[in-house]
Design a protein around this ligand. Structure first.
Ligand SMILES: [Zn+2]
Length: 249
């Protein structure tokens, strides 16, 4: 798999990212994902096709609505760009294989869950649970093993215990997310948890440094950090795990 071919997969990835913005905005509200067409949040004008090109339109319009000039959230092009890079990255890392498709689907679900968690502080069961079932089935077909369900339950149990001991900032949504991550990653879910939980400390430390005790009341969603850990582990979990196990010898 060469870089040019991976780049070719980035384009549909950007388009998927554009759709994820629609899903993130509408699914939690139980609105249709296909109708009506997207419209400006401020003036309600329907967004024309030429203004709906992932990332490009945001840059051309300089982040403002063509009609009313209201600011468009940079979250939209960010979701598109991240999705495009992850889909292209899966093609590059895993080649033209069924696993690359599964991995890309896993990344896409993590991106939309992160966008929803950042905005609404929820990880909808309606995405997490069906995705977990699909991933578990796909993994069992690909490589029948107890590893997938075992990793799913172990990771969820770990976070469940952590949430009971230290409830602040952790919820049952995060516990269920680890079912999905464990089913996909198997034993390297340990890498995902470690990186996810360590990276989640960064904003907590920054908030504490800036706001002192008041930072205690500022909630940082855990989902996007668990997703980050999952993606790092998806691409590099085995080398990281071997390196870590080598250190402790
Ligand atoms: Zn507008």
């Amino acid at each position: 798999m060469n870089v040019a071919l991976a780049a070719a997969f980035t384009a549909p990835g950007l388009a998927i990212g554009s759709f994820l913005n629609v899903v993130a905005a509408r699914l939690p509200l139980r609105r249709s994902l296909v109708k009506p067409r997207s419209a400006c949040m401020s003036c309600g004008t329907e967004i024309a096709s030429r203004d709906n090109i992932p990332v490009v339109s945001y840059l051309v319009l300089r982040g403002r609505c063509r009609t009313c000039k209201a600011k468009i959230s940079p979250r939209y092009p960010a979701v598109e760009l991240v999705t495009g890079l992850l889909v292209g990255g899966c093609a590059l890392r895993f080649g033209l294989t069924p696993y690359a498709l599964l991995a890309a689907g896993f990344c896409v679900v993590l991106v939309v869950l992160s966008a929803i968690d950042l905005e609404l502080r929820i990880l909808p069961d309606r995405i997490v649970l069906p995705a977990t079932v699909v991933v578990l089935l796909a993994q069992e077909i690909r490589q029948p093993s107890f590893e997938w369900p075992l990793a799913a339950f172990a990771a969820a149990l770990f976070l469940f215990i952590a949430a009971v001991v230290h409830p602040r900032g952790m919820g049952m949504g995060d516990v269920k997310l680890m079912l999905l991550v464990g089913a996909m990653l198997g034993r390297t879910v340990s890498v995902a948890l470690m990186i996810g939980l360590l990276s989640a400390l960064v904003p907590s430390v920054v908030l504490f440094a800036r706001h002192g005790g008041a930072a205690r009341s500022m909630k940082v969603p855990l989902g996007p950090f668990l997703a980050l850990g999952a993606i790092v582990a998806l691409f590099a979990g085995h080398p990281i795990l071997h390196w870590y196990l080598g250190l402790s010898k």
